[in-house]
Design a protein around this ligand. Structure first.
Ligand SMILES: Cc1cc2nc3c(=O)[nH]c(=O)nc-3n(C[C@H](O)[C@H](O)[C@H](O)COP(=O)(O)OP(=O)(O)OC[C@H]3O[C@@H](n4cnc5c(N)ncnc54)[C@H](O)[C@@H]3O)c2cc1C
Length: 417
């Protein structure tokens, strides 16, 4: 359809925010509906009463090569709210043997860093990394371990940690093509695209609140606590949106972007096939101050913790594809992970501080080949209804970058510039 006059965006996660922003920037009147009392969806911050400070629902890592996310941050004026080392740098610790190393790709595309032992994974040689090229020829049914040798040192110390973190799915089950795409857009572009970046304050402060402020400045309306219950379809178009608090009829020059989660989208849109298998992410937050010169994050191999992030008020552990931990009592997890955090940040015998465990059961869809095939396109058979969300067919795993690109795509389909 030609560019609508007004668009209802349903869901104020990053996909909805990105779509709303593009549309509002193009002069379209935007109404953003969010079922929750807070925008941000799976990417948000809140005050945790136990810890007495604000925390993120989960540690989110961006890298400088996330071009749509960087563009979004620039447009909402929040680029400077991210922090990270000046050059790509990923410190690791192998909890089994105690070895430490730091992966430090050089800025440019020619990967000379592979020839410097101090820049690559301990116990690996430059030629080992050629194995990564095997991901580029991955077929749609290949899982990561079909293309990369799971017995190799490089797999244990780099490919597996990267795969599990990026895809939130076990390497034995995750689509190799998706990992290939992630590596092509990061390591394939050189170290300049691999700088790790996290919010200085929190996810909401960087990615959500500035977007809401920009949307407001562009005249968009935000309706929190506004849950879409049903969509009525007739005459080949979406006719009305039925919210808890009442219906919105869609005029001929109006459209909707459905930027809700996959299960909600499937309930609202007839015959829509979406991913229906998910993976959990577990985060453990500890109220402790790390030395100011300590790294922003440390990758851990050979334990339960996978990444530890240094935040303003907490050290915070991420464990992806963590379904096996969902039923482990929080006290047990907090006590089990704490010694790993202490080692990662060389905290000696510091006693267990105040902690909080956050389990996101359905953090992302499972990035398996079978689930990949269930990802829908943004366009629907109704010209005035488009989909957005990390689960749509973005070519990327469920990430901030994927969610923002999906919002951009949805807005473009509706004629946004
Ligand atoms: C713990 C955790 C860690 C993560 N780590 C990373 C990371 O390190 N790096 C990274 O890039 N990505 C990470 N991700 C993934 C990233 O958070 C998501 O891919 C992204 O936030 C998804 O955005 P979205 O807009 O597609 O979906 P959502 O954020 O789920 O947004 C959907 C919105 O729709 C709303 N909604 C649902 N139903 C209705 C309805 N009926 N009416 C109105 N509104 C409705 C929801 O409340 C929600 O706000 C992580 C996710 C989690 C959970």
């Amino acid at each position: 359809m030609s560019r609508p006059r007004r668009v209802h965006v349903i869901g104020a996660g990053l996909a909805g925010l990105a779509a709303g922003l593009r549309l509002a920037e193009s002069g379209v009147a935007v109404v953003l509906h969010e079922a929750a009392r807070q925008a941000g969806g799976r990417c948000r911050s809140y005050l945790d009463a136990t810890l007495g400070c604000r925390i993120d629902n989960g540690n989110h890592l961006l890298v400088s090569g996330n071009r749509a996310a960087m563009d979004y941050l620039r447009r909402i004026g929040a680029e400077a709210s991210l922090i990270g080392p000046a050059a790509a740098s990923f410190p690791f610790l192998d909890l089994a043997g105690g070895e430490r190393w730091t992966v430090r790709p050089n800025r440019g595309r020619l990967p000379w860093w592979l020839f410097r032992p101090a820049r690559r994974v301990a116990g690996t040689g430059p030629l080992d990394y050629l194995s990564g090229l095997r991901l580029l020829g991955a077929g749609p049914d290949d899982v990561v371990t079909d293309r990369l040798d799971p017995r190799s040192m490089l797999f244990r110390r780099l490919w597996r940690p990267l795969a599990v973190a990026a895809l939130n799915t076990e390497a034995e089950q995750a689509a190799a093509s998706l990992l290939g795409r992630v590596l092509r857009e990061t390591f394939g572009e050189g170290g300049a695209a691999c700088r790790p970046l996290v919010p200085r304050e929190g996810l909401s402060e960087s990615l959500v609140e500035p977007a809401l402020a920009r949307l407001k400045a562009l005249g968009a309306e935000l309706r929190l606590g506004s849950r879409l219950r049903a969509i009525a379809f007739a005459e080949g178009r979406a006719l009305s949106l039925d919210f808890d608090e009442g219906s919105e009829r869609l005029a001929a020059d109006e459209a909707a972007v459905l930027a809700v989660t996959a299960p909600v989208a499937a309930r609202l849109v007839p015959d829509l096939i979406v991913p229906d298998e998910f993976r959990a992410i577990v985060n453990a937050h500890y109220r402790v101050a790390a030395p100011s010169d300590a790294p922003l994050l440390v990758g851990l191999v050979g334990g339960v913790s996978e990444w530890v992030f240094k935040k303003r008020a907490v050290l915070s552990v991420t464990i992806s594809a963590a379904d096996r931990l969902i039923d482990v009592p929080a006290e047990e997890l907090a006590a089990q992970l704490w010694p790993e955090v202490r080692r990662a940040y060389a905290l000696g015998e510091t006693a267990l501080p105040a902690w909080q465990i956050v389990k996101e059961r359905r953090a992302t869809f499972a990035a398996t080949p079978a689930q990949q095939r269930r990802r829908p396109k943004a366009a629907t058979r109704w010209p005035n209804l488009v989909l957005a969300g990390d689960f749509t067919d973005t070519g990327l795993p469920a990430t901030i970058e994927g969610a923002i690109r999906s919002g951009d795509t949805a807005a473009r389909l509706l004629g946004a510039r």
